[in-house]
Design a protein around this ligand. Structure first.
Ligand code: UDP
Ligand code: MG
Length: 310
């Protein structure tokens, strides 16, 4: 049985795979322990699948796990966790933004007895200002409104002990935010700083729409704050109107022409209508997620599972 499992989710990363494999191999061979590399193909269409197969037949430590279609990054990692056998499991991006050499630092902390070792980005290279800004905003927002203390500036690049992987395997929610889930579990956790590199080749597989979905999944998975927002706004609006009623009555009684005409009425109706629609939309987000969970479909469909006879 391998001591270490490395999980690399892959969605159209054909140019990155050879470099990823070589660098992980060099690093892991230095540990003098048995290891496996699960390459999860998340419905690639650019030839990544063939390349993963080729590596798998060259090197028995490379385990291809092939999805029937694209299910998304978090689900791909989940499948990797399900099929992992190592005592410690490392999740790493396959675009080499997470340098494989940092794995050694993660393992060092694990040997000291930590069960979750996350990699903290001290610096980022080659990201657009928009990505940096939205990421910074996201991590700070998530930190404030969720019930679990998700460390800032950490991605999925982390090491999980077998105990943690087994518990996360029991958490079968569909809209997954793995960084939050691995914190929720508890145990001894620590961080290791690293410099996030630029993508080795290709473009981000997280366009704005996917990023937004990811952020909404993260928030709804760990917070009711958006639902409570409607109540807070309701109290503010009701409070303001209770204060305003006597003021308007007195002004009218004293013959004032203030608030004459329809504009003020129209504005307040439009404002409250907007608030109500937004609140309905927020409810819809949560109800849609409830519906997805109720359907109870499998999280992913595989067309090929890793060969585990070794
Ligand atoms: N990825 C995936 N499925 C997807 C989108 C991305 O498996 O639907 C993988 C991708 O191949 C990469 C990792 O998830 O290994 C992180 O994606 P990316 O580097 O594009 O995100 P970014 O670093 O730009 O946030
Ligand atoms: Mg990346």
């Amino acid at each position: 049985m391998p001591t270490f499992t490395i999980i690399a989710p892959i969605y159209n990363e054909v140019e990155n795979i050879p470099e990823l494999y070589t660098r992980i191999k060099d690093v892991m061979e230095g540990t003098d322990e048995p290891w496996e590399l699960i390459m999860v193909d998340d419905g690639s269409t650019d030839g990544s699948t063939e390349l993963i197969h080729q590596l798998g037949s060259q090197d028995a430590r490379v385990k291809p796990l092939i999805f029937a279609r694209n299910f998304g990054h978090q689900i791909a990692v989940t499948a990797g966790l399900d099929f992992s056998r190592g005592e410690a499991v490392v999740i790493i991006d396959s675009d080499l933004q997470d340098p494989p050499e940092v794995i050694l630092k993660l393992i060092e902390k694990w040997r000291q007895g930590y069960e979750v070792v996350y990699a903290v980005r001290a610096e980022r290279e080659g990201e657009t200002w928009f990505k940096e800004f939205t990421a910074a905003l996201f991590y700070r927002l998530i930190y404030r409104i969720t019930d679990v203390d998700i460390p800032r500036d950490t991605g999925d690049f982390r090491l999980l002990d077998r105990k943690v992987v087994d518990i996360m395997g029991q958490m079968r929610e569909r809209h997954r935010f793995l960084r939050g889930m691995s914190v929720w579990v508890g145990f001894k956790q620590t961080g290791v700083e690293y410099k996030r590199a630029a993508r080795f080749a290709g473009e981000t597989k997280y366009p704005f729409k996917k990023m937004l979905k990811f952020a909404v999944d993260a928030i709804t998975s760990f917070s009711y704050f958006p639902l409570q927002l409607a109540m807070y706004l309701g109290f503010i609006a009701a409070g303001a109107s209770i204060l305003a009623i006597p003021v308007v009555v007195i002004l009218r009684a004293s013959g004032s022409q203030a608030f004459f005409g329809q504009a003020s009425t129209l504005i307040s109706v439009l404002f409250l209508g907007g608030v109500q629609l937004i609140s309905l939309g927020i409810l819809g987000e949560y109800i849609g997620r409830l519906y997805d969970e109720a359907k109870g479909r499998p999280l992913y469909v595989v067309s090929e599972v890793p060969n585990q006879e070794d």
